[in-house]
Ligand binder design. Structure first.
Ligand code: MF3
Ligand code: CO
Length: 261
Protein backbone atom coordinates (compact mmCIF):
# COMPACT_ATOMS: atom_id res chain seq x y z
CA UNK A 1 0.00 0.00 0.00
CA UNK A 2 1.36 3.38 -0.98
CA UNK A 3 0.30 5.94 1.58
CA UNK A 4 -0.77 9.33 0.29
CA UNK A 5 -0.09 12.40 2.41
CA UNK A 6 -2.67 15.04 3.24
CA UNK A 7 -2.02 18.70 2.32
CA UNK A 8 -1.34 19.34 6.03
CA UNK A 9 1.26 16.55 6.12
CA UNK A 10 2.88 17.84 2.95
CA UNK A 11 3.06 21.33 4.48
CA UNK A 12 4.87 19.84 7.48
CA UNK A 13 7.27 17.94 5.24
CA UNK A 14 7.96 21.16 3.37
CA UNK A 15 8.85 22.95 6.59
CA UNK A 16 11.11 20.04 7.55
CA UNK A 17 12.59 19.85 4.06
CA UNK A 18 13.53 23.52 4.09
CA UNK A 19 15.43 23.01 7.33
CA UNK A 20 17.06 19.85 6.00
CA UNK A 21 18.23 21.68 2.89
CA UNK A 22 19.75 24.41 5.04
CA UNK A 23 21.63 21.83 7.11
CA UNK A 24 22.85 20.05 3.97
CA UNK A 25 24.05 23.37 2.52
CA UNK A 26 26.05 23.95 5.70
CA UNK A 27 27.56 20.47 5.47
CA UNK A 28 28.53 21.05 1.85
CA UNK A 29 30.34 24.25 2.82
CA UNK A 30 32.05 22.47 5.72
CA UNK A 31 33.15 19.62 3.47
CA UNK A 32 36.66 20.96 2.77
CA UNK A 33 40.17 19.53 2.82
CA UNK A 34 41.04 18.50 6.38
CA UNK A 35 37.46 18.17 7.66
CA UNK A 36 36.89 15.13 9.87
CA UNK A 37 33.85 13.15 8.82
CA UNK A 38 32.76 12.64 12.41
CA UNK A 39 32.86 16.43 12.90
CA UNK A 40 30.61 16.88 9.86
CA UNK A 41 28.21 14.45 11.47
CA UNK A 42 28.35 16.34 14.76
CA UNK A 43 27.52 19.56 12.92
CA UNK A 44 24.55 17.85 11.27
CA UNK A 45 23.26 16.48 14.59
CA UNK A 46 23.61 19.86 16.31
CA UNK A 47 21.92 21.84 13.54
CA UNK A 48 19.02 19.39 13.26
CA UNK A 49 18.48 19.48 17.01
CA UNK A 50 18.71 23.28 17.11
CA UNK A 51 15.99 23.47 14.44
CA UNK A 52 13.65 21.21 16.43
CA UNK A 53 14.08 18.11 14.30
CA UNK A 54 15.44 14.60 14.95
CA UNK A 55 18.07 12.89 12.78
CA UNK A 56 16.17 10.07 11.09
CA UNK A 57 19.22 7.99 10.16
CA UNK A 58 20.62 7.86 13.71
CA UNK A 59 20.08 4.33 15.07
CA UNK A 60 18.05 3.41 11.95
CA UNK A 61 18.11 -0.13 10.56
CA UNK A 62 16.95 -0.92 7.04
CA UNK A 63 16.71 -4.63 7.95
CA UNK A 64 16.25 -5.88 11.51
CA UNK A 65 19.65 -7.62 11.43
CA UNK A 66 21.49 -4.40 10.46
CA UNK A 67 23.72 -2.70 13.00
CA UNK A 68 22.06 0.56 14.12
CA UNK A 69 23.25 3.43 11.91
CA UNK A 70 25.71 5.44 14.02
CA UNK A 71 25.19 8.98 12.66
CA UNK A 72 22.85 11.64 11.26
CA UNK A 73 24.52 11.78 7.87
CA UNK A 74 25.99 9.25 5.44
CA UNK A 75 29.38 10.35 4.07
CA UNK A 76 30.45 8.30 1.06
CA UNK A 77 33.84 9.11 -0.45
CA UNK A 78 35.08 8.37 -4.02
CA UNK A 79 34.31 4.69 -4.80
CA UNK A 80 31.81 4.57 -1.93
CA UNK A 81 28.31 4.90 -3.37
CA UNK A 82 26.10 5.44 -0.32
CA UNK A 83 25.78 4.74 3.43
CA UNK A 84 29.41 5.59 4.24
CA UNK A 85 29.89 5.97 7.99
CA UNK A 86 31.21 9.09 9.75
CA UNK A 87 34.50 8.04 11.35
CA UNK A 88 36.82 9.91 13.73
CA UNK A 89 40.02 9.19 11.79
CA UNK A 90 38.58 9.89 8.39
CA UNK A 91 39.66 13.20 6.91
CA UNK A 92 38.49 14.80 3.67
CA UNK A 93 41.35 15.03 1.17
CA UNK A 94 41.94 17.33 -1.79
CA UNK A 95 40.18 15.92 -4.83
CA UNK A 96 37.73 13.71 -2.90
CA UNK A 97 34.25 13.21 -4.29
CA UNK A 98 32.05 13.24 -1.19
CA UNK A 99 28.40 12.17 -1.05
CA UNK A 100 26.43 13.68 1.85
CA UNK A 101 23.07 12.07 2.56
CA UNK A 102 20.84 13.27 5.38
CA UNK A 103 17.34 12.67 6.72
CA UNK A 104 15.22 14.25 9.43
CA UNK A 105 12.01 13.77 11.38
CA UNK A 106 10.12 17.04 11.77
CA UNK A 107 6.60 17.41 13.15
CA UNK A 108 6.27 13.63 12.90
CA UNK A 109 7.26 13.33 9.24
CA UNK A 110 10.46 12.32 7.48
CA UNK A 111 12.29 13.95 4.58
CA UNK A 112 15.45 12.76 2.86
CA UNK A 113 18.04 14.41 0.62
CA UNK A 114 21.58 14.08 -0.64
CA UNK A 115 24.23 15.99 -2.57
CA UNK A 116 27.76 15.25 -3.73
CA UNK A 117 30.69 17.66 -3.41
CA UNK A 118 33.83 17.56 -5.56
CA UNK A 119 36.42 18.87 -3.08
CA UNK A 120 39.26 21.17 -4.15
CA UNK A 121 41.20 19.98 -7.17
CA UNK A 122 38.89 17.10 -8.02
CA UNK A 123 39.46 15.55 -11.43
CA UNK A 124 37.41 16.73 -14.39
CA UNK A 125 36.04 13.18 -14.54
CA UNK A 126 34.78 13.47 -10.95
CA UNK A 127 33.23 16.88 -11.63
CA UNK A 128 31.58 15.68 -14.80
CA UNK A 129 30.15 12.63 -13.02
CA UNK A 130 28.80 14.88 -10.29
CA UNK A 131 27.21 17.36 -12.72
CA UNK A 132 25.69 14.59 -14.83
CA UNK A 133 24.26 12.82 -11.78
CA UNK A 134 22.62 16.03 -10.57
CA UNK A 135 21.30 16.65 -14.09
CA UNK A 136 19.82 13.13 -14.17
CA UNK A 137 17.87 13.97 -11.03
CA UNK A 138 16.58 17.16 -12.67
CA UNK A 139 15.49 15.13 -15.71
CA UNK A 140 13.84 12.54 -13.47
CA UNK A 141 11.84 15.28 -11.74
CA UNK A 142 10.43 16.43 -15.08
CA UNK A 143 8.46 13.21 -15.46
CA UNK A 144 6.85 13.42 -12.00
CA UNK A 145 3.13 14.11 -12.19
CA UNK A 146 -0.15 12.55 -11.14
CA UNK A 147 -0.85 9.71 -13.59
CA UNK A 148 2.77 9.20 -14.70
CA UNK A 149 4.52 5.85 -14.14
CA UNK A 150 7.15 5.39 -11.48
CA UNK A 151 9.33 3.60 -14.03
CA UNK A 152 9.47 6.76 -16.18
CA UNK A 153 11.94 8.05 -13.57
CA UNK A 154 14.42 5.25 -14.29
CA UNK A 155 13.86 5.69 -18.00
CA UNK A 156 14.71 9.40 -17.76
CA UNK A 157 17.91 8.69 -15.81
CA UNK A 158 18.93 5.99 -18.26
CA UNK A 159 18.16 8.11 -21.28
CA UNK A 160 20.60 10.80 -20.14
CA UNK A 161 23.35 8.68 -18.63
CA UNK A 162 23.56 5.41 -20.52
CA UNK A 163 24.79 7.00 -23.75
CA UNK A 164 27.53 8.67 -21.71
CA UNK A 165 28.76 5.28 -20.52
CA UNK A 166 28.02 5.64 -16.82
CA UNK A 167 27.02 2.79 -14.51
CA UNK A 168 23.57 3.14 -12.93
CA UNK A 169 23.26 1.39 -9.57
CA UNK A 170 20.56 -1.28 -9.68
CA UNK A 171 20.58 -2.79 -6.19
CA UNK A 172 19.57 0.45 -4.47
CA UNK A 173 16.58 2.58 -5.33
CA UNK A 174 14.71 5.73 -4.44
CA UNK A 175 11.61 5.27 -2.30
CA UNK A 176 8.46 6.69 -0.81
CA UNK A 177 9.08 8.75 2.33
CA UNK A 178 7.18 10.59 5.06
CA UNK A 179 5.57 8.30 7.63
CA UNK A 180 8.77 6.23 7.56
CA UNK A 181 12.34 6.70 6.30
CA UNK A 182 11.66 4.14 3.57
CA UNK A 183 8.17 3.45 2.22
CA UNK A 184 6.70 2.03 -0.92
CA UNK A 185 7.08 2.45 -3.81
CA UNK A 186 10.64 1.52 -4.73
CA UNK A 187 11.97 3.85 -7.40
CA UNK A 188 14.67 2.24 -9.57
CA UNK A 189 16.99 4.51 -11.53
CA UNK A 190 17.00 2.15 -14.51
CA UNK A 191 14.28 0.34 -16.38
CA UNK A 192 13.63 -3.25 -17.26
CA UNK A 193 10.62 -4.77 -18.86
CA UNK A 194 8.74 -6.76 -16.26
CA UNK A 195 8.94 -4.11 -13.54
CA UNK A 196 5.61 -3.84 -11.79
CA UNK A 197 3.83 -0.78 -13.20
CA UNK A 198 3.03 1.71 -10.45
CA UNK A 199 1.22 4.94 -11.14
CA UNK A 200 2.09 8.21 -9.42
CA UNK A 201 -0.76 9.84 -7.55
CA UNK A 202 -1.11 13.35 -6.16
CA UNK A 203 -0.15 13.17 -2.48
CA UNK A 204 2.60 10.57 -2.89
CA UNK A 205 5.88 11.74 -1.38
CA UNK A 206 8.93 10.40 -3.15
CA UNK A 207 12.66 10.44 -2.44
CA UNK A 208 14.28 10.27 -5.87
CA UNK A 209 17.98 9.47 -5.77
CA UNK A 210 20.13 8.49 -8.74
CA UNK A 211 23.36 6.72 -7.72
CA UNK A 212 25.80 6.76 -10.62
CA UNK A 213 29.34 5.48 -11.28
CA UNK A 214 32.05 6.18 -13.85
CA UNK A 215 32.34 2.43 -14.40
CA UNK A 216 30.34 -0.66 -13.56
CA UNK A 217 27.02 -0.56 -11.70
CA UNK A 218 27.87 -3.49 -9.45
CA UNK A 219 28.38 -2.77 -5.75
CA UNK A 220 29.43 -4.57 -2.60
CA UNK A 221 28.81 -3.89 1.04
CA UNK A 222 31.79 -3.41 3.34
CA UNK A 223 32.26 -5.28 6.61
CA UNK A 224 30.95 -2.31 8.59
CA UNK A 225 27.49 -3.53 7.57
CA UNK A 226 26.60 -0.24 5.86
CA UNK A 227 28.97 1.25 3.30
CA UNK A 228 28.34 0.30 -0.32
CA UNK A 229 31.32 0.62 -2.70
CA UNK A 230 31.71 0.04 -6.41
CA UNK A 231 33.26 -3.35 -7.13
CA UNK A 232 35.57 -2.01 -9.84
CA UNK A 233 36.78 0.95 -7.74
CA UNK A 234 35.16 3.50 -10.05
CA UNK A 235 33.90 6.82 -8.64
CA UNK A 236 30.29 7.27 -7.57
CA UNK A 237 27.98 10.27 -7.14
CA UNK A 238 24.54 10.58 -5.53
CA UNK A 239 21.89 13.31 -5.51
CA UNK A 240 18.51 13.11 -3.80
CA UNK A 241 15.47 15.29 -3.17
CA UNK A 242 12.06 14.66 -1.62
CA UNK A 243 9.03 15.74 -3.66
CA UNK A 244 5.26 15.56 -3.34
CA UNK A 245 3.43 14.49 -6.50
CA UNK A 246 0.76 17.01 -7.59
CA UNK A 247 -1.87 17.12 -10.34
CA UNK A 248 0.35 19.23 -12.56
CA UNK A 249 3.80 17.95 -11.56
CA UNK A 250 5.49 18.05 -8.19
CA UNK A 251 6.24 20.22 -5.22
CA UNK A 252 9.89 20.25 -4.16
CA UNK A 253 9.89 19.58 -0.40
CA UNK A 254 13.68 19.73 0.02
CA UNK A 255 14.92 22.80 -1.89
CA UNK A 256 18.18 22.41 -3.81
CA UNK A 257 21.13 23.28 -1.60
CA UNK A 258 22.32 26.93 -1.76
CA UNK A 259 25.01 26.44 -4.32
CA UNK A 260 22.56 24.81 -6.73
CA UNK A 261 19.86 27.44 -6.95
N1 MF3 B 1 18.89 8.21 2.21
C1 MF3 B 1 19.29 6.88 2.53
C2 MF3 B 1 18.58 5.91 1.64
O1 MF3 B 1 17.54 6.20 1.16
C3 MF3 B 1 18.94 6.52 3.92
C4 MF3 B 1 20.08 5.95 4.59
S1 MF3 B 1 19.57 5.16 6.01
C5 MF3 B 1 20.92 5.14 6.97
O2 MF3 B 1 19.08 4.83 1.43
F1 MF3 B 1 20.57 4.60 8.05
F2 MF3 B 1 21.87 4.56 6.33
F3 MF3 B 1 21.35 6.32 7.15
CO1 CO C 1 16.77 8.00 0.35
Amino acid sequence: MIKLKTPEEIAKMKRGGEILSRVLSMLMKACVVGAHTVELDKLAQEEIKKAGGTPSFLNYKIHPKDPAYPGAVCISINDEVVHGLPEPDRIIKDGDLVGLDIGMWYEGLATDMAATVAVGKASSQAKRLNDDTRESLRRALKVVKDGAWIHEIGMAVEELLEPKGYGIIKELCGHGVGHAVHEEPQIPNYHERGFRAVKMKAGMCLAIEPMITTGDWRIRQLNDGWTFSTIDGSLAAHWEVTVAVTKSGYELLTPWPDAEK
